[in-house]
Design a protein around this ligand. Structure first.
Ligand code: ADP
Length: 799
């Protein structure tokens, strides 16, 4: 054991809390406590030496003798920096170990009686042993620093090069990351080899701890990794299971589809086609867009009534009673439909052309077709063709289009769920065509019994048999039906109703139906005949009975409100008879005014027209103005009507002599022909004789009889040619109070169609030539003729 040299000195004491100060080391210290600051300042003003020792009791703010360790280090204060927060930053250099012998409190700080401890000499030690110890210590320290990872590696290099073992030991001690108590131990070991041995011990234990730490860490790390892996695998497993389950569901689904397709009992090749689609579906991811397309398609295939038919009830007397139950009159269509049924019964097959009901709106076309379906016990559906101008409307879009669908025929079959419904092809005359293909051509195929057994819808792409369907077409006029279609159809005309017919329909059908619909008891409201006639004349203007039905409904609504408001138990309210004078109360002011031509006038004749909406009277006005023999036409006249005005003018010119009009005067006047009233574009040649009459009147100055109406085409030579729609026109004339109708002799065959009461209510005069017309309609000119005198003998007055 080496000899320890000691001597004493009085030094201020600086107790520190966060570390242990070793000799040889430069260390910055933060000094904040008042006593410590005082101690530093006292030392700094003297020989700058201060005794630095670690505080044993960390809680003591003003530590006393017992609160601090006995052994510490005497340090030299190298620098003091006053910090703004009144603390001091003090840089010190540890000089040597020392021991506190006694403590006094002077000038505000602790002053210690300090005994210096000099490091014992190593001369007597075994140098080999020391070297071995040194190497061991350095190696262990190196190992420790590397494993610890928080101490700069330079410290190791530094330590390796140190020649003083004492310095080496203290430097290592300082660097170790161990507790203050252990470090304090090292301060207290004065002899160097002993201290080095202790350090090796500490390093061993620290390294062991580090090794274990590292092991634990790897294990934890591995555990976490393992957990993650398990989690990941679990997730994958779940995904796989889900997939398998879907596949399973899908598999069941696919099998289900197959069974359902087989249950359709399709023909062999159709079944094969459908099953092929199922096969394609099976190979696809269940929720892919392609799979959805195929699924939709198969839904269509499965929803169609491939083999579902209703049994026909072909009991003709029963059918007749149903038709009569539903409709007033309409004898011809009813008879034709009964024939149709009889043939159906005998042949079990739909024979002959498709029926086409032609007539103005509201005359019962739809409703008769519905009755037929009801009588036969078939489903009924209506396809509106108005505005259809694309082939794919009829025949569908190919499946390659996004959102493609079957055409209307197949759509309708899905709806009615039987393959033999009655289908009404409504407004076949309003169908157009454009660049997307002609719907008429597709329709032709639908209606053709040769082809419709194997109708191919573009979407469905499987032949469907349409031959069991009864198709009935409707049209307002035949004008715009493509001739190829017209060829395939048998036309059945529905004509306008006369006022009497309308009154009967109202009493027998419309009023009972409206009462029922409005919850009013049977027979509780009556509209007397005069009132009904007034409704027909002044509240509606139509060929059919749609508006009449609406007006009756309007009355029922008003009655219902009154019942509810007043107390429905009051019986006086329950038998209402609506008379002429009540109409204003129930319906307000009349919608139409029947303007009567009040006097026989020059240059004004009454023609008759036939439009989609039924018959109309047509006023034709002609005036002359000075000019060069031109014809001016106004009033939205169609091309044919314009031509017929020209023809009429030429005709009157050539008949001028007969009328007493001088040839040369035609060159000095212009003729203005105007057809006022009504928004319906006027066309057709049937106003020819009416125009010629008005022109003749204007030029001759003779008035036209106001109670004569006329219809007929006229040729340049004055022949009167037959026209269409005589019945409608005569009904219109009768309605307007005309007494005499001039019509082409060629139309005499149509007379039986005109209701008896009308035929007897006015005179129907067949005419052959324009002379016949003028002789009846034109009155003699006044004695002072406008243009030139006429031979009065030629025009017998007929008033
Ligand atoms: P359309 O198809 O000719 O345009 P609708 O068949 O739709 O006309 O007839 C319109 C309404 O008039 C329907 O409620 C219908 O029942 C009724 N109707 C038409 N004609 C008659 C009639 N002769 N007998 C009974 N009701 C009729």
């Amino acid at each position: 054991m080496s000899k320890v040299q000691t001597h004493h000195s009085q030094l201020p004491i600086l107790p520190i809390r966060d570390r242990v100060l070793f000799p040889y080391l430069h260390v910055p210290l933060v000094v904040g406590r008042k006593r410590s600051i005082q101690a530093v300042q006292t030392a700094f003003s003297g020989d700058r030496l201060i005794f630095v020792t670690t505080q044993r009791n960390l809680k003591a703010t003003e530590p006393s003798r017992e609160d601090i360790y006995e052994y510490g280090t005497v340090a030299e204060i190298l620098q003091i920096i006053n910090m703004p927060d009144t603390t001091l930053r003090v840089r010190v250099l540890g000089r040597h170990r020392a021991r506190l012998v006694d403590v006094t409190f002077e000038n505000g700080c602790l002053i210690g009686d300090i005994q210096t401890i000099d490091t014992p000499s190593l001369e007597k030690e075994n140098p080999v042993h020391l070297e071995a110890l040194r190497r061991l210590l350095v190696r262990k320290f190196d190992d420790y620093v590397r494993k610890n990872g928080r101490i700069p590696l330079e410290v190791v290099a530094n330590v390796t090069n140190m020649t003083s073992l004492d310095q080496l030991a203290d430097t290592v001690s300082e660097a170790l990351l161990i507790g203050n108590e252990e470090k304090q131990d090292l301060i207290e070991i004065i002899e160097v080899p002993k201290r080095m041995a202790r350090l090796v011990e500490i390093l061993d234990s620290e390294i062991e701890i580090l090794n274990i730490e590292r092991k634990i860490q790897t294990r934890v790390h591995r555990q976490i990794e393992k957990n993650q892996k398990e989690y990941y695998l679990n997730e994958q497993m779940r995904a796989i299971q889900k997939e398998l389950k879907q596949k399973d569901d899908n598999g069941r689904d696919i099998e289900d589809l197959r069974t359902r397709i087989k249950a359709l009992k399709l023909s062999e090749n159709l079944e094969e086609m459908a099953l092929k689609e199922v096969g394609r579906l099976e190979k696809m991811a269940p929720f892919s867009p392609e799979a959805t397309v195929i699924r939709n398609y198969l839904d269509w295939v499965l929803a169609l009534p491939w083999n579902i038919v209703t049994q026909d009830d072909t009991d003709v007397p029963h059918a007749r009673s149903i038709m009569n139950e539903d409709h007033f009159g309409l004898e011809k269509p009813k008879e034709r439909l009964l024939e149709y049924m009889a043939v159906l019964k005998l042949t079990q097959e739909i024979k002959g052309p498709v029926l086409c009901f032609v007539g103005p709106p509201g005359v019962g076309k739809t409703s008769v077709a519905k009755s037929l379906a009801r009588a036969l016990g078939r489903q009924f559906a209506r396809i509106s063709l108005g505005g259809v101008h694309d082939e794919s409307d009829i025949r569908g879009h190919r499946r390659t289009y996004i959102g493609s669908m079957p055409g209307r025929i197949i759509q309708t079959l899905k709806k009615v769920k039987t393959k033999n419904p009655v289908i009404l092809l409504d407004e076949i005359d309003k169908m157009g065509s454009d660049w997307r293909g002609d719907p008429a051509a597709a329709l032709l195929e639908v209606l053709d019994p040769e082809q419709n057994k194997t109708f191919l819808d573009h979407y469905l792409d499987m032949e469907f048999d349409l031959s069991k369907i009864i198709f009935i077409a409707t049209a307002n006029s035949l004008y715009s039906i493509p001739p190829t279609l017209l060829d395939r159809m048998e036309i059945l005309r529905f004509s306008s109703y006369t006022t009497d017919e309308k009154v009967s329909i109202a009493n027998q059908f419309l009023i009972p139906k409206a009462l029922k619909e409005h919850g009013l008891g049977e027979g509780s409201v009556k509209i007397d005949e005069d009132a009904l006639r007034k409704i027909v004349h002044l509240y509606t203007r139509e060929a059919g009975v749609r508006d009449l039905g609406r007006k009756i409904a309007q009355i029922c609504r008003k009655v219902a409100v009154e019942w509810v408001q007043k107390n429905a138990t009051d019986n006086s309210l329950k038998n209402i008879v609506i008379g002429l004078n009540d109409l204003h109360h129930y319906l307000g002011a009349a919608d139409y005014i029947r303007e009567k031509i009040s006097v026989n006038a020059v240059g004004i004749s009454t023609g008759l027209a036939w439009t989609d909406h039924g018959g109309e009277t047509l006023t034709i006005e002609v005036t002359t103005t000075p000019g060069q023999g031109k014809v001016i036409l106004t009033g939205k006249l169609g091309a044919v009507m314009q031509e017929s005005a020209q023809t009429a003018f030429s005709l009157v010119k050539s008949h001028g002599a007969k009328l007493g009009i001088q040839q040369k005067s035609f060159n000095k006047i212009d003729l203005h022909v105007h057809v006022p009233e009504g928004a319906v574009p006027k066309d057709g040649p049937s106003a020819g004789i009416a125009m010629a009459t008005a022109i003749a009147s204007a030029l001759s100055g003779g008035a036209v009889r106001k109670d004569v109406a006329m219809t007929g085409e006229v040729t340049l030579r004055g022949r009167v040619l037959p026209i269409g729609g005589l019945k409608e026109k005569v009904i219109a004339a009768f309605r307007e109070g005309i007494k005499e109708v001039l019509f082409p002799r060629g139309n005499e065959k149509d007379l039986p169609e005109i209701p008896e009461n009308i035929r007897s209510g006015l005179k129907l005069i067949p005419v052959d030539t324009i002379d016949d017309v003028l002789s009846r309609a034109l009155q003699p000119a006044p004695l002072k003729p406008v243009m030139s005198p006429r031979k009065a003998s030629h025009l017998p007055g007929t008033n």
